[in-house]
Design a protein around this ligand. Structure first.
Ligand SMILES: Nc1nc2c(ncn2[C@@H]2O[C@H](COP(=O)(O)OP(=O)(O)OP(=O)(O)O)[C@@H](O)[C@H]2O)c(=O)[nH]1
Ligand SMILES: [Mg+2]
Length: 405
């Protein structure tokens, strides 16, 4: 049992009053009054419609919103018991999830689904697809699969997907999608890991959940959910801190799990729940100009660290691309190589956040390059570009092993 808890006394009491549940739907939130009502309604309807004979509780773990987020949740659950409160501990999505995992344990639930509170495209069917495979005993961990606009999910496309796939050998297309289903045993495993003072308490939570599931060898499935429409972020403007939290966590986990991934070659497909139907996601803006500016500025700031971490070849290409503002030089293979140099550096360097920050300018460059590579391509075409890049990560894995040694 963890010594600390993310559950405040009032939430704990409210959960005790519920006594028990079969299913928990967890919703983390921070200032989502505009969207969380719809998310809660969809979750409640999904539970009523798909699991009418099971006891379900919706748990909203909030970060201290003052915009009425929690009132919206309370007003929207319609017949499904709801527990809402402000989690304790470091601010961040991960701490909210920790409170939800604790709720799963406290209620003795079999399965849990978590869904983001800024979702506009969620339907009741999402709950069935995320939690159904767990209830039916077909999977222990369910990740989402959705149509996202080609400029949305850039951390996923450039690093979380290809690196997770190459390291752990599973083609989990949305390892950090935010929506997941899992069983109680996995919630327990997450709670017992000593990660809650790290970036796992923030946006490192998603990659921590997926990587831990893969490293433990539990049965993973992907649930097709249609289009993901949420409050999206411009990759140039908003994603810096999220990148360092996700990638820092990814690097720490890579260091801890070397014995798991060392021998993995190639990758296997991960089963898909639900039929994949074509959907057109909403467009997401991305400013190449801002990305290239960030690439240039970041390259200057990180030059010293690059000197310590990157190979001479990689440094030279990166410096030159930054100087001339030619982001298209950050191609898929070059990017994979640079990422592997950063991963290998994590073997001896404790501070993975520093390493993630060193990679950040190249990420901006890579995203700018990707936008170019995807220009004029439809959804399927853009997907092929992502697949090619993922293959480059697989093919270059020997380079990682070589640098690691
Ligand atoms: N409790 C709590 N929840 C948070 C916090 N930050 C984010 N969240 C929730 O985590 C979920 C995901 O956050 P978003 O900001 O939408 O991030 P994202 O969708 O993963 O990232 P993008 O793809 O970049 O939009 C939402 O439900 C947020 O309300 C926080 O500090 N505390
Ligand atoms: Mg979001």
């Amino acid at each position: 049992m963890a010594e600390t808890s993310a559950l405040p006394a009032d939430m704990r009491e409210a959960l005790r009053a519920q006594e028990r549940a079969d299913i928990v739907v967890g919703i983390p939130s921070f200032r989502n009054a505009a969207t969380i009502g719809h998310v809660t309604e969809a979750a409640a309807e999904g539970l009523r419609r798909n699991f009418p004979n099971m006891r379900a509780v919706i748990v909203n773990a909030d970060g201290g919103s003052e915009d009425g987020t929690r009132d919206r949740v309370r007003a929207s659950a319609d017949g499904i018991p709801i527990v809402t409160g402000r989690y304790e501990g470091r601010s961040g999505k991960g701490s909210a999830f920790r409170a939800i995992f604790e709720a799963v344990t406290l209620l003795g639930a079999r399965a849990c689904a978590v869904v983001d509170s800024d979702l506009r495209s969620i339907t009741p069917e999402w709950i069935a697809r995320l939690v159904g495979p767990v209830i039916r005993g077909e999977a222990d961990y369910v990740t989402p699969l959705y149509a996202r606009h080609k400029h949305d999910g850039t951390i996923t496309n450039t690093i979380a997907y290809p690196l997770t796939r190459a390291l752990y050998g599973a083609r989990v297309r949305q390892p950090i999608g935010g929506e997941f289903g899992f069983d109680a045993a996995l919630a327990r495993i997450y709670l017992d890991e000593p990660v809650w003072d790290s970036d796992v308490a923030k946006f490192g939570i998603d990659i921590f959940m997926t990587t831990t599931a893969l490293a433990r060898g539990v049965r993973v499935a992907q649930a097709f959910l249609g289009a993901k429409i949420h409050d999206p972020k411009d990759p140039g403007a908003d994603l810096g801190p999220m990148f360092t939290q996700v990638v820092g966590t990814l690097l720490t986990l890579a260091r801890n799990n070397v014995e798991v991934w060392r021998r993995v070659t190639g990758s296997r497909e991960v089963p898909i729940i639900g039929e994949i139907t074509p959907v057109e996601p909403e467009a997401v803006n991305a400013s190449v100009r801002v990305l290239v500016e960030k690439f240039k500025a970041g390259a200057g700031e990180q030059d010293k660290t690059w000197e310590e971490i990157l190979s001479a070849d990689t440094r030279e290409v990166a410096r030159k691309a930054a100087e001339t503002g030619n982001a298209s030089a950050i191609g898929g293979r070059f990017w994979a190589k640079a990422v592997y140099e950063i991963v290998a550096a994590a073997r001896t360097r404790e501070e993975t956040e520093t390493l993630a920050r060193a990679l950040l300018p190249l990420y901006f460059g890579r995203v700018a390059a990707l936008i170019g590579e995807m220009q004029g391509l439809d959804q399927a075409g853009a997907e092929r570009v992502v697949e090619q890049q993922a293959l480059a990560f697989e093919q270059m894995k020997p380079y990682l092993l070589e640098r690691w040694a």
